[in-house]
Design a protein around this ligand. Sequence first.
Ligand SMILES: NC(=O)c1ccc[n+]([C@@H]2O[C@H](COP(=O)([O-])OP(=O)(O)OC[C@H]3O[C@@H](n4cnc5c(N)ncnc54)[C@H](O)[C@@H]3O)[C@@H](O)[C@H]2O)c1
Ligand SMILES: [Zn+2]
Ligand SMILES: [Zn+2]
Length: 358
Amino acid sequence: MAETTPNHTQTVFGWAAKDSSGKIAPFVFKRRENGVDDVTIKVLYCGMCHTDLHYIKNDWGITMYPVVPGHEITGIITKVGSNVSNFKVGDRVGVGCLAASCLKCEFCKDSQENYCDQLQFTYNGIFWDGSITYGGYSQMLVADRRYVVHIPDSLPLDKAAPLLCAGITVFSPMKQHNMLQPGKRLGVVGLGGLGHIAVKFGKAFGLHVTVISTSPSKETEAKMRLGADDFLVSTDPRQMQACARSLDFIIDTVSAKHSLGPILELLKIRGTLALVGAPDKPLELPSFPLIFGKRTVSGSIIGGIKETQEMMDVCGKYNITSEIELVTPDHINEALDRLARNDVRYRFVIDIASKSNL
Ligand SMILES: NC(=O)c1ccc[n+]([C@@H]2O[C@H](COP(=O)([O-])OP(=O)(O)OC[C@H]3O[C@@H](n4cnc5c(N)ncnc54)[C@H](O)[C@@H]3O)[C@@H](O)[C@H]2O)c1
Ligand SMILES: [Zn+2]
Ligand SMILES: [Zn+2]
């Protein structure tokens, strides 16, 4: 589609999945010319979110191949359109999951574009001009100014990249449920890309943080490297029962089907479980832990752009970044395999600029 759109004349090098095999390969494609509301970004780094893997493998049955994944993008502005006043050439910026929304509905007007029903994503979306969007596993991006954020000077662009999706995805529900101030007890289920940033936010905001994981091997690191206070092995009923009714709020970042019952029992009466992980199979919701504990299960998708900028500024203030493993574009497939095996501490980030061309 992009190839047939008239003003899509800029040739870009990137990396795409062409089928559901789980592999990506070099891919040359076209992007639109920089419009009046656009900025052009030289992509320096792109985080590898588990959502990329879901799309690459067509886990959710909605992938439009070829798909150029990547929505944790940082880089430098190289061009700005005539309507752009809040960015200039040379600015350090980031682009997350959002590429377009209707700009008119109640959610767009209230800076909650992420709940607009016409929302289009940075990849595998349909832009306003009808073209398919291609993401950050590529050397250059053209983005509408309304979906771009500034990166504070204090944050390195590689370690800041995962904040654009993993960071805002855990920050937004934590904020909504008043978990940005000290005193409360937070649970984090799944210690991957999203989960480890939730632990960091929890500690920065003075919360007591309990990690709930299937992997006992992660305990030492969770406590020593990330500062978690407690660690529960979710498959150990004794440990789980000993902590029943102890947490105010739990964020569940697990990417595959798992049981919710034992997790819900950890919540205090009237506590909330926020689901952000997106398994391809439905989760079973047992009614007893809900009715006996007056508990709530909620969901949340990324965050709006205003909130993303707020989160970025908070990260600048508290010096919060992702723990990353930097990979060159030649090693994306190895990184995808490791991501699928849950073997990552805690986010792969592609050093896009390490490869000058394909
Ligand atoms: N709601 C949103 O806006 C949003 C945004 C980004 C990502 N996501 C989704 O969140 C999920 C996590 O993303 P991520 O990038 O942090 O992934 P990740 O692979 O870095 O982390 C996932 C964690 O889940 C654990 N896990 C996997 N299978 C498990 C199982 N069966 N039981 C228990 N634990 C298991 C892994 O060990 C890992 O710690 C993905 O499904 C992703 O698509 C949602
Ligand atoms: Zn993501
Ligand atoms: Zn809208």
